[in-house]
Design a protein around this ligand. Structure first.
Ligand code: DC
Length: 229
């Protein structure tokens, strides 16, 4: 029997972390946790309660209401991955809009928000065989993860992928807004005081600007196989 390990995938926005994570979870029969979805769901909660907008952030009110936020993942057999539920409501589609993307980095910079979500993520790590993607998984959530990956790609390539995703699902968006959002989120995520996005010393970097999914996946599977056999 092979060992079950923790695979931590961090990196810049829209670098294909979740695509790789979902493929890994399927191949190795691991649980996949999309931590970005959790920050997005908290942001949606804050938007719905008028705690955050493009011009404002009521940090104190959001912190006060954190106890009213329940986040759960429920596996959807047809989709093959777990969808995000905010207070028992499926918010998987709503959390992927450009509006949420434009506000999420502000919310994710709040230490109290991070404390709550990191604690929940660490609890999920008690399950054996987990692949988790985000910005601080290898540095903060699971510093002892057996395999750490750090994904990068040019901003233009990433914005192109994200633009296609949103257009394909019927959202009306402009490419330049997506490019701006991708760069702005990276800037805020990398410069925030609490657990900024950075490569863990022992993480393996992957620049997938010019690498297809199959090649990337094969290389990553070889790294996993070495650790579980
Ligand atoms: O992975 P994503 O693009 O859906 O993440 C949305 C935002 O959430 C991202 O811009 C920063 C924040 N985030 C974070 O701060 N820490 C994580 N572990 C995951 C996401």
């Amino acid at each position: 029997m092979s060992n079950k390990i923790i695979i931590a995938i961090d990196g810049f926005s829209s670098t294909g972390k979740s695509t790789i994570a979902k493929l890994l979870a399927k191949k190795y029969n691991y649980i996949y946790v999309d931590t970005g979805a959790m920050y997005r769901a908290v942001t949606l909660f804050a938007m719905n309660n008028n705690f955050v907008s493009k011009t404002s952030l009521d940090k104190e009110a959001l912190i006060l209401h954190l106890k009213n936020i329940s986040l759960t993942f429920k596996f959807n057999k047809e989709l093959g991955f777990a969808e995000m539920f905010l207070n028992n409501e499926n918010v998987e589609k709503e959390i992927r809009t450009l509006e949420v993307s434009q506000l999420v980095s502000k919310v994710a910079a709040i230490s109290e928000v991070r404390k709550k979500l990191v604690a929940e993520q660490q609890l999920m790590g008690n399950e054996s065989g987990i692949v988790m993607d985000g910005r601080d998984i290898g540095t903060v959530v699971f510093p002892n993860a057996e395999l750490k990956l750090f994904m990068t790609a040019s901003a233009d390539k990433r914005a192109t992928r994200r633009y296609k995703e949103l257009i394909d699902r019927g959202d009306k968006v402009e490419f330049n807004d997506i490019l701006f959002n991708v760069e702005e989120r990276d800037r805020i995520d990398s410069t925030r005081e609490d657990s900024p996005l950075m490569k863990a010393d022992d993480a393996i970097s992957f620049d997938n600007s010019d690498m297809g999914i199959t090649e990337q996946f094969d290389r990553i599977c070889a790294l996993v196989d070495r650790r579980i056999s």
